[in-house]
Write a protein that binds this ligand. Structure first.
Ligand SMILES: [Zn+2]
Length: 610
């Protein structure tokens, strides 16, 4: 692998490693400095043209010209151009190189300056007076930018003056993130002696202990859970102080901004109407019988009367087999070709252009991602393929993101390129589920049962557990605002009630489990968790429609092409679907229930349960 500062190109075989030559030939290419010069010049030209004018805030025709300029600039340059994207990708290939880190930090700093210089443009559009907004939104010459403007105006509704916003953002670290970092910092520094797989005892750190709780070996997982609960108990009072502080900060911010409900700012930034989220949460909570039934099945398969709280994710059955990359790619291509030929073309394009980096390497980022930046730049997918079942599903997942990107690029301009958080995981889980179904078709019955249990386990965690957590958060903010302070016991009682609600009677609320909110990072990114459920359920509903009528894939592509051109609700409305109604979310839940019933029937047939 090429090191920063060297002139050699990456010499790995084609198709399985990134060809960053689509951006720059090497870390020392003279084109890098040239690109930076262009980015700087483009920003300067934009700023000098619009900074001292106000006419674009009054005349729709001039605003159209300004937005066209802004779009072109966002398309080709952005804050840090090709250089920023290139070095970001390079650092994920080699995290240990301090030269790459330095190069990336420098271009980031450069980008922040451009960001500061150009921020005025969007801020001023946000501040177009409410009485004039309608005229701008309805103007035919601004139709192409209508939703961009709608989002800006929606965001602006709760913005305060520039000076006040400065204060709010300056206190964010001392009133929120430092507290959060303190708690998680204390937890990750912990170490405990636990029972290991070979029966011996040894010291393990916090994240290792988390993993050991899923061990198929009961002594190992019980010992890990005991250590885990002891760590949480040790820091419970710290977490109590922390959570009360960040709840108080959130409360005062909402009051300053006159935001009527604590989850509204999340909905606005995700482009979701509160009505839609409320329907989603209510509909899922109305079907907590599904996870309860799943855990009864799982307890039966593991031959226990009740699962302990930490045993929910213990794996059942044999592993899924071996999936070398070639076999994985062939399998995924086969599934894509049945869905839509364009999906195959996009996949082949990624492969042939060197946009997928397949294998683990020393220094390479762990896990997987699909990266995009400016609309004019190529998509890059990073994998760490080690031939497991999870790896083939990850390939399908990241390709789903990649297909989503390419479809948006074809249909949208730069200001509508991207996906809101609420639907960002639709394409990825859609592809992942179809690939899993193909694997199921080829598996024998014992393997099928294990795979279906694994799938249900993931679906339950992504949909029902996150919705239960969202309801916990709602009550947490509500109770805090009512009482002014919540003790660790009070928080634990609220938490346990919401967890018990979706887990049902086959999972014990074991002693210590009332503290598990302490390490649940996402509750500190307030109301983030619903987006897991919304993404997967939209994906499930669309899977169901495609299975009923394969031609529905045309609608799926319309949805995936739409990007930020309208809210998810309106995009679906144009396809004749109302996502503010319960029926849509029920179709997604039906898909999960069907898999559950099939799994129970198979478990009975194989005499694994009575
Ligand atoms: Zn994803």
């Amino acid at each position: 692998m090429a090191k920063a500062g060297s002139k050699t190109k990456t010499q790995s075989p084609k198709n399985i490693s990134w060809n960053l030559g689509l951006l720059f030939d090497s870390d020392t290419s003279p084109l890098i400095a040239e690109n930076r010069g262009k980015v700087k010049a483009a920003a300067a030209a934009f700023v000098s043209k619009w900074r001292h004018r106000r006419d674009y805030l009054q005349d729709p025709l001039i605003l159209r010209k300004a937005l066209d300029d802004f779009e072109q600039w966002s398309r080709n340059f952005g804050y840090d151009g090709d250089e920023g994207y290139y070095f970001w990708l390079r650092t994920s290939q080699d995290q240990n190189s301090s030269e790459l880190k330095a190069a990336f930090n420098k271009v980031e700093e450069f980008g922040r300056k451009i960001e500061d210089e150009t921020r005025f443009f969007y801020m001023r559009i946000c501040k177009i007076p409410v009485r004039r907004q309608k005229e701008f939104l309805e103007h035919p010459r601004l139709a192409e930018y209508r939703h961009f403007l709608e989002r800006a105006f929606a965001e602006a509704r709760y913005l305060m003056s520039e000076a006040e916003e400065k204060i709010i953002s300056a206190k964010a670290s001392t009133s929120h993130s430092n507290w959060v970092r303190m708690t998680s910092g204390f937890l990750v520094r912990e170490e405990r002696d636990v029972v290991l797989e070979d029966g011996s005892t040894g010291a393990r750190n916090f994240s290792e202990i988390l993993n050991l709780m899923n061990s198929a070996n009961r002594r190992v997982r019980d010992s890990a859970a005991k250590a885990f609960n002891a760590i949480l108990a040790k820091h419970a009072l710290v977490a109590e102080a922390e959570i009360n502080s960040i709840l108080a900060n959130k409360k005062s911010d909402d009051e300053f901004r006159k935001i009527p409900r604590p989850d509204l700012s999340r909905h606005i930034s995700d482009d979701m109407e509160s009505e839609v989220v409320d329907t989603l949460i209510g509909t899922v909570a109305g079907r907590f019988d599904i996870p309860a039934e799943f855990y009864r099945l799982k307890a039966g398969l593991l031959k226990v009367r009740k699962l302990k709280y930490h045993e929910r994710n213990v794996e059942y059955g044999i592993d899924g087999g071996s999936f070398p990359y070639d076999k994985s790619a062939t399998l995924v291509r086969k599934v894509f070709s049945r869905l839509d030929p364009e999906f195959v073309d996009i996949f082949d394009g990624f492969m042939n252009n060197g946009q997928i980096d397949v294998y683990p390497q020393k220094g390479k980022t762990s896990g997987a991602f699909c990266a995009h930046n400016l609309i004019s730049q190529p998509t890059y997918i990073l994998l760490n393929h080690t031939d497991s079942l999870n790896d083939v599903l990850t390939l399908a997942h990241e390709l789903g993101h990649g297909i989503n990107n390419e479809l948006m690029k074809k249909s949208q301009h730069a200001l509508h390129f991207g996906a809101p958080l609420s639907t960002a995981e639709v394409a990825s889980t859609f592809m992942e589920d179809f690939v899993l179904q193909e694997i199921l078709r080829e598996a024998d019955e014992e393997q099928r049962l294990a795979l279906m249990v694994k799938k249900l386990n993931d679906d339950v965690s992504t949909i029902f557990r996150q919705v239960a957590c969202y309801r916990f958060e709602q009550e947490l903010h509500f109770e805090f605002r009512k009482k002014g302070y919540l003790s660790v016991e009070e928080i634990g009682a609220i938490f346990s009630r919401h967890m018990a609600a979706y887990m049902g009677d086959a999972v014990e609320q074991s002693g210590g489990a009332e503290n598990w909110w302490i390490y649940w990072g996402h509750i500190r990114t307030f109301f983030y968790v619903y987006s897991y459920a919304s993404g997967l359920l939209i994906s499930k509903a669309m899977q169901r429609y495609v299975k009923e009528d394969p031609r529905f894939i045309g609608n799926v592509k319309t949805f995936l092409s739409a990007g930020l051109s309208d809210s998810p609700r309106n995009i679906f409305r144009s396809l004749g679907i109302d996502i503010a109604g319960a029926q849509f979310w029920k179709s997604g839940l039906d898909e999960v229930e069907a898999l559950l019933n099939e799994t129970i029937a198979l478990a009975k047939k194989l005499k694994k349960i009575k």
